[in-house]
Design a protein around this ligand. Sequence first.
Ligand SMILES: *Cc1c(COP(=O)(O)O)cnc(C)c1O
Length: 226
Amino acid sequence: MINDLRVKLENVKQRIERAANRSGRTASDVTLVAVSKTVNIETVNRAYELGICDFGENRCADLHTKQETLPGARWHMIGRLQTNKVKDIVGKAWLIHSLDRWNLAEELDKRGSLLDMDVPALLQVNISGEEQKAGIDQGDVAEFLDSAGQLKKVKIWGFMTIAPLLEDGEQARPVFQELAQLKKKHSDKKYANVDLKYLSMGMSQDFEVAIEEGANIVRVGGAIFS
Ligand SMILES: *Cc1c(COP(=O)(O)O)cnc(C)c1O
């Protein structure tokens, strides 16, 4: 088992490195978030011992318990976040990838203010326009970033998107290109509480394509843990 995990991790890391090289970068420019939502804490611990320090969870309760067991890792909230779970996540998640509506930003800000801690988050953008997908519309991004100046503790560190599940990762390329364009477009502007340093895009089936298009955070589950 441990060897198996080691082999899969090595394989994913190599593929990240090659894709980074193809985009004129190195592996160290890309953060691998190992999405551990399907595995238990023992497996997380093994991955941590093998050098992985970023883990992603899509449920608050799981992130909360795993974070308490392994506080030395950086925990990423990647799933839809209900407003009433905000209290469980602020101070536990190193980065929230799924900020997808203004009232969630306000709730995160309240909690951050109460605990007097910054709450770094990525704006989740629904590039593909699929109705069932979370995320704000591209057309609403500018207004959201403008409004971020009203917040005290929430800091917008970039964008996240989920590409539609297609037969072939290559087909997701236009989605990644659009998110990269969006980052470029807004990076020159000065928004308070906004520092667009991260692009979180790419999963097991398409992370190499995402890196080629500029991703510097990839969220990989199955290719490591299944
Ligand atoms: C589960 C999940 C992933 C990882 O998906 P894999 O296909 O297992 O790599 C990435 N991002 C989000 C938001 C997820 O929910």
